[in-house]
Design a protein around this ligand. Structure first.
Ligand code: AOF
Ligand code: ZN
Length: 363
């Protein structure tokens, strides 16, 4: 049984790490806390963006800035310290040089050589596995991309009680209430990228921003084989929001591609942009760890049918349509036995008159 104090400090490191969600891709948003033998916090830090110092280095710097001495202290890290030099130096070496007495990691880093031998040689006690389930959830996108070559994929849709995304004529405004709209917009900032289909881009003309006028935030990705986006699309307007990527294929006309290129769009060609596996691979190749797919029905159908979603965030608005455009447009399974099973992730939350339900794929 892990000591309660150890759990508390690791929880603090996890909270710090959670603040980096959506900001560090392709890197994981790691958190680190340094505590002395008396149980006094000496310093804390987190990885804030790709290319910036790692969590351990930030925590050591914080410790020194507060006039603390990390010698003999314990470092709690949400992911095992790195042992190689990438954009920054190995954190294992920095911790050894700083003279720490003990390092506690929540989970191993699958792309790094484990630091245990280096720590042992330096006389540092090293433990890995504290609050592993929580850290695995927090770093799930990074772990999925580096271990399986795909980001963690979350589907998001707002539907009527009777299961429609839009009316038969395509009207989808105000299915949920203002509280739910505000929540779901802010919630976008926890993701590295927001993905929609070309059809949704043309029909709804969304900006896909995490807040009004946001310069930073998730990249905006449109999957459109033909790369057809109206020149006046709000996604392209202004040019000061987060980058826009269009994933397309040979069906795209050169003139359409040239127009997008001129508008500053990053073009990502595929052999077949209708193949969901290729799209997901492309998202991983760009470096996204956590991706939110906001529709529409054809894209949801393709990804559901290929069992490529890991999570679903479903908003149920307080209305019925008695028909309309379904969440997934396409042939479904033949029998209930063939249906895909999902685990409710938490108690549904009420946002005004809207229910927010989260499901996790039972893999
Ligand atoms: C850590 N602490 O805070 C993070 C780690 O290119 P670099 O130098 O930023 O290294 C990126 C790799 O470092 C990344 O792939 C992952 O394995 C690890 N991330 N490691 O010790 C941190 N963010
Ligand atoms: Zn590191």
């Amino acid at each position: 049984m892990a000591a309660e104090a150890d759990c508390q400090w690791m929880r603090r490191a996890l909270h710090l790490a959670a603040r980096s969600r959506g900001r560090t891709w392709p890197n994981p948003g790691v958190g680190c806390v340094i505590v002395d033998a008396q149980g006094v916090l000496l310093g804390q830090g987190r990885h804030r963006r790709c290319g910036a110092e790692h969590a351990e280095i930030a925590a050591l710097a914080d410790c020194r800035a507060r006039g603390g001495d990390p010698r003999g202290a314990t470092a709690y890290v949400t992911l095992a310290p790195c042992t190689s030099s990438g954009r920054t130096g190995p954190c294992s070496t920095a911790l050894i040089t700083a003279g720490l007495g003990r390092v506690v990691a929540a989970i191993p880093d699958p792309v790094q050589r484990p630091p245990g031998d280096d720590f042992a040689a330096a006389g540092i006690v090293y433990e890995c596995g504290l609050l592993a389930a929580e850290a695995t959830e927090l770093h799930a996108g990074f772990l999925s991309r580096v271990s399986q070559g795909r980001p963690r994929l979350t589907a998001k849709w707002a539907m009527s009680i009777d299961g429609f995304l839009a009316t038969s004529s395509g009207d989808s405004g105000w299915i949920s209430c203002p509280e739910a709209l505000a929540f779901s917009r802010r919630h976008r900032r926890h993701f590295d990228a927001i993905v929609i289909s070309g059809g949704t881009a043309r029909a709804d003309d969304p900006r896909l921003l995490a807040s009004v006028g946001a310069r930073h935030g998730p990249w905006r990705v449109v999957v459109s084989a033909s790369a057809r986006l109206p020149a006046q699309a709000r996604l392209l307007a202004g040019g000061d929001g987060p980058p826009v990527v269009v994933i397309h294929d040979h069906r795209a006309r050169p003139a359409a591609l040239a127009g997008l290129d001129q508008a500053g769009v990053r073009l990502h060609p595929l052999a077949d942009a209708h193949d969901p596996a290729q799209v997901v691979k492309a998202l991983a190749a760009i470096g996204f760890n956590e991706v939110l797919v906001e529709g529409g029905g054809h894209l949801h159908h393709a990804l559901l049918a290929a069992d490529l979603y890991d999570r679903i965030e479903c908003y149920i608005g307080p209305l019925t349509m008695a028909g309309g455009r379904p969440v997934a447009t396409g042939p479904g399974v033949a029998t209930v036995a063939d249906a895909t099973r999902w685990l409710p992730d938490r108690t549904p939350r009420r946002l005004g008159a809207t229910l927010h339900c989260v499901y996790r794929r039972a893999r």
